[in-house]
Design a protein around this ligand. Sequence first.
Ligand code: KG4
Ligand code: ZN
Length: 339
Amino acid sequence: MKVLGIETSCDETGIAIYDDKQGLLAEALYSQIELHAEYGGVVPELASRDHVRRIIPLIDQVMKQAVCQPDDIDGIAYTSGPGLMGALMVGAAVGRSLAWTWKCPSVAVHHMEGHLLAPMLEDNTPDFPFLALLVSGGHTLLVDVTGIGRYKIIGESLDDAVGEAFDKTAKMLGLGYPGGPIISELALTGQSGLYKFPRPMVNRPGLDMSFSGLKTFVLNTWNKSDKTEQTKANIAYAFQEAVVDTLAIKCQRALKETRYQRLVIAGGVSANTRLRARLNELTHKNSLEVYYPKHQFCTDNGAMIAYAGLQRLIAGEKDGDGFSTRPRWPLGELEAPGL
Ligand code: KG4
Ligand code: ZN
């Protein structure tokens, strides 16, 4: 079964074809980073317009790359939420229209389920059950995963998502967008031991997190500093350490509570080298397994949507005549396919 995946929830147009027997056949991504960079963040209206411009040529490119004709496609999966309404509408409308024209089923995919299942695109995949740490620009979730669509949220950020905290910190320091890769690069030249930022909520029981206070801490530290380039790097270092430490403490606690042997980390922030190193160390020390998507599938992409959609289509799920997009859609509300 070959599934065409379409991702347009934010600022990346991602298209891919995934085959249940042969795996990923083709994949293409157009990132709008340059378009939004001058505004310091994503401008929703510009994002929708650019998806409209890019989506058809990208589908064409991926179909050619996979040597597929419309008849070869058995299903279409598109991100229907959560995300920016206008951006979601582009992928959903094109996905549903193609399904209608090509006479194949389509299925609406939850963007965070796509991220959660992205490690399944690798050769070595985790068995269920596992603990998932989902860290993106809009979400910070600890999820107890017992199967596809069986997700229990056991911890989450009560305010900013981790990726958002990286982005806002970069903006405050006068760095570019998106902040995550820039901060982590800059942190490499930062000195340790100069600043100690708080590890929010680690002294309270439970698995919830909070990152908005850290941002204020960054701002105060920066305003009181000598504002040199080296200070920027030192702050980036201290900020990243605080975030990574907090996430590691919460993961360790959640692993202890669930007694799971496997940890999955996905979403844009899972590309962070320091976070990976820290969680490798944690799992290694406790003889646990850790799984990540490869770098290109940590951030938004079409392959994860094709994969998640394939699982649901195989289980018999498909759209009715209409389609819906859900800018807000809690992951915990998803149901297992076939239920
Ligand atoms: O998953 P994603 O592509 O989009 C959402 O679903 O939100 O995640 C984007 C987020 C951005 O906030 C970006 O700054 C962050 O992931 N990010 C990183 C890194 N690469 C991307 N954060 C920290 N370190 C990175 N290397
Ligand atoms: Zn995402």
